[in-house]
Design a protein around this ligand. Structure first.
Ligand code: GLC
Ligand code: MG
Length: 710
């Protein structure tokens, strides 16, 4: 399998992640890098590409500018240019994500293989992944990491005004992207059951049956039980400043100053239980306080309440709350606690996952933890301790006392924890569960092929033929069947497209009537719409592209000035195509119309065909522009695209670098192209003419002839 992971924001590289640099460089950055590496280790995975944004900015390291960065033999970071070159925070990336989609398609084309899975991380990458997955016909897997609706609720509860939330976090755009992502995603991978039940449940597109809980792996290499000869960690000195008898069993808690971490109940439990105080010390790491003056009110309240409780129960000499610690002190602390035959305690009101519990377990330290959230599953897996009700201080004190009093059980818990952490919480285990889950998903989507996914051929074709429908592709049945047979039997990998003035339904009808296989590409309504493949995936970025400087209402109004033009029926009109019938004998005054429109600030493309039709389109829309847009988007060289047509609306796709073929039965308005380079006028008519043109350019040979034969 070939997997494409997408994580657009933050700073991602193969070494020394800058975690904590800003709010865009948190757990997700570490998660995606470790996930990519772990998946690439799996025997059933050939290649993992982790796509992120390319950044050129003197304010950040040059590493982030390199297009490729190897993570391991089979995994790499691929940096995709999108929007401004500088480092941008995730809230302002939205306008540039469409470009990310198109550049990612080019990358996939360069790889030459359509991925089996696209896995997006967070809302911004979800937006990109959903588009990519649709365009490629590949299942999307999504991991939210955190969710906009949940954040919105929390900020509202904290009293922040909706306007402020909106301007600071662009939250509605994020939520919209999340809904859209969930719409497209075949699978959502969550870290915990609680995330599914409490956070994803807030979404319109909540589909618990397509969600899998696969908890993240934990990098356990630095968390080991203390060996007999391991030197005592230096952090011990810090604790000795607080404790009368530092060798007593240690009750250890790591709790940011956050009400939800509930350190208060723990100190109360310890204070209230005289025997517990006798046999144990309490060690609470309440954040790093080098800068506690700048803490917000909530953090201050939590900390001062703690100090007051220590004072109330007169715990001096029995409780340590060191001012600062370094990240690598933590593993030493677990070891000290294990060595003292202590326990780790997490009394949080709710704990989403419980990373520290797993670290403690791997260090051989038994665990007493909240019954709300992640710990339930961890303790069920590891059997290394007990769950408690975080609101019941008395019970907590008693549980801690019993846990420290039974040596045999302590030994068993310690052993179980070490084994369980390695058995259930490694990235290797994560990758195994992941691959199993994905394989189930893929076989399901194969079985339901009718409604399921058919991979796009666009990234793997090496040349493309695009034909006008009326009077070109259709009109002569024997020529058509010869052409289709020739394409089907060719050794080269030819993509097949149509480009027509008809609207989509009408084009599909003609295709059906003439027994033409479903094209890989459909350019319809004179280039105003682009769709792909079996599932008719709409190209939204083309629609955005042609919207430029277009005002359909105004254009329509202005056109009333030319009352000799007869509007075509409603079905032939669309927001980017205003079409008329014209009288053969009185050709429209094209110059006059376009001048008039321009004077009124309407910038249109006027297309006159067969002496009978006039189309007014946005200036960026035409069959030819659509062909070039598709070529650029998918990375197909324009001179590997053969186009065939018969009339005026084909003109701009016939000229230029494309391999143009005008069929023998062409309309007079194309006569002027006769001496243009790379516009071949076939003698044969209809599809016979297309075939003749293909032979002319040696389109079926390994080397196409792109020069004019002398
Ligand atoms: C097709 C379309 C028509 C258009 C014409 C020329 O006949 O149905 O709307 O004007 O092509 O582009
Ligand atoms: Mg035609």
């Amino acid at each position: 399998m070939y997997l494409v992971l997408i994580s657009t924001h933050g700073l991602i590289r193969s070494h020394s992640l800058e975690l904590g640099r800003d709010s865009d460089n948190g757990g997700q950055i570490k998660y995606v890098v470790e996930l990519a590496r772990a998946l690439a280790q799996h025997p059933e995975i050939d290649q993992v590409d982790l796509l992120t944004r390319q950044i050129f900015d003197p304010k950040v390291d040059q590493d982030y500018a390199h297009p490729f960065d190897m993570l391991s033999e089979k995994a790499r970071i691929v940096r995709i240019p999108c929007g401004p070159k500088r480092y941008l925070r995730k809230e302002v990336l939205w306008p540039y994500l469409g470009t990310f989609v198109d550049r990612a398609l080019k990358h996939i084309r360069e790889v030459g293989r359509v991925p089996d899975i696209i896995h997006s991380h967070y809302a911004d990458a979800g937006y990109v992944g959903a588009h990519l997955a649709s365009l490629l016909g590949v299942p999307l897997v999504h991991t939210g990491h955190s969710l906009g609706r949940d954040k919105l609720h929390r900020l509202k509860n904290q009293g922040m005004k909706v306007d402020t939330i909106e301007s600071r976090y662009n939250i509605s755009q994020r939520i919209e992207a999340e809904e859209y992502t969930l719409d497209v995603a075949a699978r959502v991978i969550a870290s915990t059951q609680q995330e599914v039940a409490e956070q994803y449940a807030l979404y319109d597109n909540y589909q618990p049956e397509s969600m899998s809980v696969i908890h993240p792996g934990v990098e356990l290499s630095q968390f080991k039980p203390p060996g007999r000869i391991t030197p005592k960690p230096p952090f011990r000195k810090e604790l000795e400043r607080f404790l009368l008898k530092p060798n007593k069993p240690m009750i250890l808690a790591l709790a940011r100053p956050d009400i939800r971490k509930n350190a208060k109940t723990l100190v109360t439990a310890f204070g209230e239980h005289a025997e517990l105080r006798d046999i144990a010390n309490l060690v609470v790491l309440v954040g790093n306080r080098e800068n506690a003056q700048s803490w917000d009110k909530e953090q201050m309240d939590v900390f001062s309440e703690l100090l007051l409780l220590i004072d109330k129960y007169n715990l001096y000499g029995h409780v340590a709350y060191p001012k600062e610690h370094q990240p690598n002190d933590v593993s030493g602390l677990y070891q000290l606690a294990t060595r003292s035959r202590g326990v780790f305690v997490n009394p949080a009101l709710t704990e989403p996952f419980g990373l520290t519990i797993i670290e403690a377990a791997a260090s051989g330290l038994p665990v007493i933890a909240t019954e709300n959230g992640g710990p339930v599953e961890i303790l069920a897996n590891c059997k290394n301790g007990l769950l408690i009700d975080p609101h019941d201080a008395d019970k907590l004190g008693e549980t801690l006392y019993l846990a420290l009093s039974n040596q045999k059980r302590w030994q068993r818990w310690s052993k179980n924890g070490i084994a369980g952490a390695h058995k259930h919480y490694t990235w290797k285990g994560h990758a195994q569960r992941y691959v199993k889950d994905i394989k189930k998903l893929l076989s399901k989507s194969k079985k339901t092929k009718r409604i399921g996914l058919v991979k796009s051929r666009m990234p793997t074709i090496d040349r493309l033929v695009i034909c006008d429908i009326d009077n070109t592709l259709i009109g002569d049945r024997s020529g058509l069947s010869q052409l289709l047979r020739r394409i089907k039997n060719s050794n080269t990998n030819i993509g097949f497209g149509v480009a027509t003035g008809r609207h989509l339904e009408s084009a599909l009808q003609a295709i059906k009537e003439w027994n033409i296989p479903q094209p890989d590409l459909l350019i319809t309504s004179v280039g105003t719409n682009v769709h792909y493949g079996e599932r008719l995936i709409f190209d939204a970025s083309w629609a955005r592209h042609i919207h430029y400087r277009w005002d359909a209402q105004k254009a329509k109004k202005l056109m009333k000035e030319f009352d000799d033009l007869l509007p075509q029926p409603k079905i032939s009109q669309n927001p980017y195509k205003i079409s008329y019938f014209v009288d053969n004998k009185r050709p429209p005054r094209l110059r006059e119309i376009s001048t008039y429109l321009r004077q009124h600030d309407i910038h249109a493309n006027l297309i006159y065909s067969h002496g009978a039709y006039l189309d007014i389109l946005p200036m960026r829309a035409s069959k030819g522009n659509a062909v070039r847009f598709v070529a650029d988007k998918w990375g197909i060289p324009v001179d590997k695209i053969l186009v065939a047509g018969d009339s005026g609306n084909d003109e701009d796709m016939l000229v230029g670098d494309t391999l143009g073929v005008v069929v023998g039965n062409y309309s007079p308005e194309l006569k002027k192209l006769q001496n243009r380079p790379r516009v071949y006028f076939a003698t044969n008519k209809y599809a016979h003419g297309i075939l003749e043109g293909m032979e002319h350019y040696k389109f079926f040979e390994p080397q196409i002839i792109t020069h004019e034969p002398a």
